[in-house]
Write a protein that binds this ligand. Structure first.
Ligand SMILES: [Fe+2]
Length: 507
């Protein structure tokens, strides 16, 4: 853009030609671009094609007078200031021109310097006016963008939340985890002061609490407990409920102000109710919270259903495998219930040695199934009453690996598989199948080894007589650090000393 375009353009409208000449000369000299017209109609034509920053006009002109021109400009572009010059000012004229948006009034004969001052003043005002309009537009635009942005952020948050609810519940390992997560998520999503998960049970008339949690230190769990009748009505109606406002005052216990109750269903049957409460006057649940909670409840219910299905399959498989072990043990009066006792002793040792619930679960499983590999060994070797040949002993030694293969094939019990594989390893590395040593042997296998040998010795075997408990304990103590992990042996002896030892039931 060249400098010419930056010049401000003035339009002079007057039927006296000499005034136009003088003004043109003066203002061009002062750096303005000057356009002229001899009456209103001509001026309108100029305005149609030219950009004008300020218009000076006489009032009395032929064809179209100054007032009509001012009115026209006011209606077509109200950013162009109009300055009226007249030789005959009257009150009527003045009021009429001001009504038409005229910004200044000069009385003829007009002094050029006076005109210049007026031009500079109105142009300054115009710039401010235009800037203000632009600014306003910018502010509006900014506000619109901010609103859009807020909506977008909200949508993204909503989407994230929905995704998180789905993936969280899909990743849960147990139903207890799901219950706990449901309650935590309810508090987080609905900004609740407290939430409870109540489960129905056919043996109990009212739903009982499984998990409850409360945020904030002042509100106890008792405070957010909702009336039983309210919970029962949600169970009966099978639809989510929002209790709030005046209705809430009659139904809700103090200090609860607002409450949400959502039934949880599996295959259309209500099995529990999720409740949430707020105890602050400034906070109330909304329909949106109810929607989110229903969504959480639906996902949690689906996850619980899947887990129950899985746990059922798991339990069925375990029962099938254990039935094999039972059948195996039943053929030999000396080994009847051996695995059951080994599992019990291993769990007792595990508890004493601070095993996690998961580890105890593994001990339960591998204790019961540690010898399942004996299925793969011929009866004439397995049930042999006299001493085994070296070759037969090698066959027997295959049972931990066979057992691991059986359990491992299902892909459900990888940790259990290893515990079973290594239950005949010795602490000093002289065991089988791999000759692992010390801490290289899985901890739970080291526990299982002590439990296994203790029970085998104490309850007798096909090839030898039952041994006294004290003698067995001595024998175990002697093998601490060679066959067994000394820490496990120490725990066994301590349990025995404290009289917490279960007497071998096979006696
Ligand atoms: Fe074994």
């Amino acid at each position: 853009m060249d400098a010419q375009h930056h010049k401000e353009t003035l339009l002079f409208v007057d039927d006296e030609e000499n005034i136009l000449d003088i003004a043109s000369e003066y203002f061009e000299f002062k750096g303005f671009q000057v356009l002229t017209a001899s009456n209103g109609r001509e001026a309108v034509r100029v305005l149609e094609t030219e950009r004008v920053d300020c218009c000076f006009t006489d009032i009395n002109m032929p064809e179209m007078d100054g007032l009509a021109l001012a009115e026209h400009i006011h209606h077509t572009d109200n950013t162009i200031p109009v300055i009226v010059m007249t030789g005959y000012p009257s009150l009527d004229n003045t009021i009429a021109t001001l009504k038409n948006g005229v910004v200044d009034f000069l009385i003829k004969p007009v002094n050029l310097e006076q005109m210049e001052l007026a031009v500079r003043r109105v142009l300054r005002q115009r710039r401010l006016f235009v800037e203000n309009i632009l600014l306003q537009k910018e502010v509006e635009q900014k506000q619109r963008l901010e609103k859009l942005n807020r909506e977008l952020v909200y949508k993204v948050e909503e989407l994230n939340l929905v995704n998180r609810i789905m993936s969280d519940f899909a990743a849960m390992g147990s139903t207890t985890d799901v219950f706990r997560r449901v309650v935590d998520m309810t508090i987080e999503v609905a900004h609740a002061d407290g939430a409870q998960f109540l489960v129905m049970n056919e043996h109990v008339a009212q739903p009982f609490e499984v998990v409850s949690a409360a945020t904030g230190s002042v509100i106890g769990v008792e405070a957010i407990r909702l009336p039983e009748a309210l919970v029962a009505s949600v169970v009966g109606d099978e639809i989510p409920l929002l209790v709030d406002g005046c209705q809430g005052k009659d139904i809700l216990p103090d200090p609860v102000r607002s409450a949400l109750l959502v039934p949880m269903k599996i295959r259309g049957k209500v099995f529990g109710v999720l409740t949430a409460a707020v105890c602050r006057d400034d906070l109330h649940f909304s329909e949106k919270d109810l929607y989110y909670l229903s969504y959480i409840a639906r996902n949690a219910a689906r996850s619980i259903e899947n887990l129950a299905l899985y746990e059922n399959i798991y339990q069925n498989l375990f029962s099938t495998l254990y039935a094999f072990v039972n059948a195996l043990e039943a053929r030999d009066p000396y080994t009847q219930q051996h695995s059951e006792r080994v599992a019990r002793l291993a769990i007792l040792l595990g508890q004493e040695m601070n095993c996690t619930p998961e580890e105890l679960d593994i001990l339960h499983f591998s204790g019961h199934l540690h010898d399942i590999g004996k299925i793969g060994i011929r009866d004439d070797i397995l049930l042999k009453r006299s001493g085994l040949t070296a070759e037969e002993y090698e066959k027997i030694k295959e049972h931990p690996q066979i057992g691991a293969n059986i359990v491992g094939q299902l892909g459900l019990w990888d940790r259990e598989k290893d515990i079973i594989r290594y239950h005949h390893e010795h602490y000093d590395g002289t065991g089988y199948p791999e000759g692992l040593q010390g801490e290289g042997i899985p901890f739970l296998s080291r526990i299982l080894a002590v439990a296994d040998v203790f029970d085998a010795m104490a309850s007798g075997r096909a090839y030898r007589k039952k041994i006294e408990e004290a003698v067995v304990l001595d024998a175990i103590r002697e093998r601490a650090g060679t066959h067994f992990d000394p820490k496990v042996v120490e725990t066994l002896l301590q349990l025995h000393q404290e009289g917490r030892f279960p007497p071998p039931s096979g006696a």
